[in-house]
Ligand binder design. Structure first.
Ligand code: DGL
Length: 263
């Protein structure tokens, strides 16, 4: 089985990293739309146009199952993406909300994400459908700080305090923090230090990989356990993708293919 994984850039490699662990038998083709990132500050129409084009490219290259690893693309365009192809599509929002539901005891969840994801209220709706209350907080400075490699930096810690202290002070009933952006798993330890003790941290990357594993269970049972082929595609500098991608994927990257999409 060839699984196509799509993200605006390198962030979705945190989802691929989890997929490799939970669905190790599959072949993967990963598309990072680095020429057009960030998606997190763009409109729904633009994100839908970019995302459907990229996913079509993955289908043309033989993907049989699509994982929309980008929270922003899922939040803004999962319907358009799903309607544009004839193969199964899984995004990160529903699995993330599902895992938050399992983690919370107070039924009060905080979600941090990009400006566009928060503006879409996709997580809010997914959590409310599950009978939970949600506080959403856009944290636009975190993606550039994490891409800069400042994952354990005092500046990043201070920025997280500024974003989250008021939220947790005003909503002490919140007992679960849902990471609604591909980049945030890289600052999980830092977040742990900043958020009140006892708050569970839920990562949509891991929950999505578990959802894919569940969806493919019958095939997974039949397949031999092995790590299949991994192809990495980017729409801008392959060298930059390789360098910063390694931190997100958690393993070395040998080869990245440059792809040009025609609109
Ligand atoms: N991948 C995006 C997300 O998960 C973050 C980076 C971007 O804004 O493009 O929302």
């Amino acid at each position: 089985l060839k699984i196509g994984v799509f993200d605006s850039g390198v962030g979705g490699l945190t989802v691929l990293r989890e997929l490799l662990q939970h669905v190790p038998h599959a072949d993967y083709i990963y598309f990072g739309d680095t020429a057009r990132l960030p998606y997190g500050a763009k409109s729904a129409a633009t994100v839908a146009k970019y995302a459907t084009g990229a996913v079509q490219h993955l289908v043309d290259r033989g993907a049989e199952f699509i994982v929309v690893a980008c929270n922003t693309a899922t939040a803004l365009a999962i319907q358009e993406i799903t309607a544009s192809v004839h193969i199964p599509v899984i995004g990160v929002v529903e699995p993330g909300a599902e895992q938050a539901m399992r983690a919370t005891k107070s039924k009060n969840v905080a979600v941090i994400a990009t400006e566009a994801t928060v503006g879409s209220h996709a997580y809010l709706r997914a959590l409310e459908r599950r009978g939970l209350r949600a506080q959403e907080k856009a944290c636009p400075l975190l993606v550039p700080l994490i891409e800069e490699g400042w994952t354990d930096h005092s500046v990043t810690e201070q920025v997280v305090h500024i974003y989250l202290d008021t939220l947790f002070r005003e909503h002490p009933q919140v007992d679960t923090l849902l990471l609604g952006c591909t980049h945030y798993p890289l600052i999980r330890e830092l977040l742990r230090r900043v958020v009140p003790t006892g708050v569970a941290i839920v990562d949509s990357a891991e929950s999505t990989a578990l959802a894919v594993a569940a969806a493919l269970q019958s095939q997974a049972a039949k397949a031999h356990i092995r790590c299949g082929e991994i192809q990495l595609l980017a729409t801008d500098s392959t060298e930059k993708f390789r360098r910063s991608g390694e931190r997100f994927l958690g393993r070395s990257i040998e080869q990245v293919e440059l792809v040009t999409l025609h609109e």
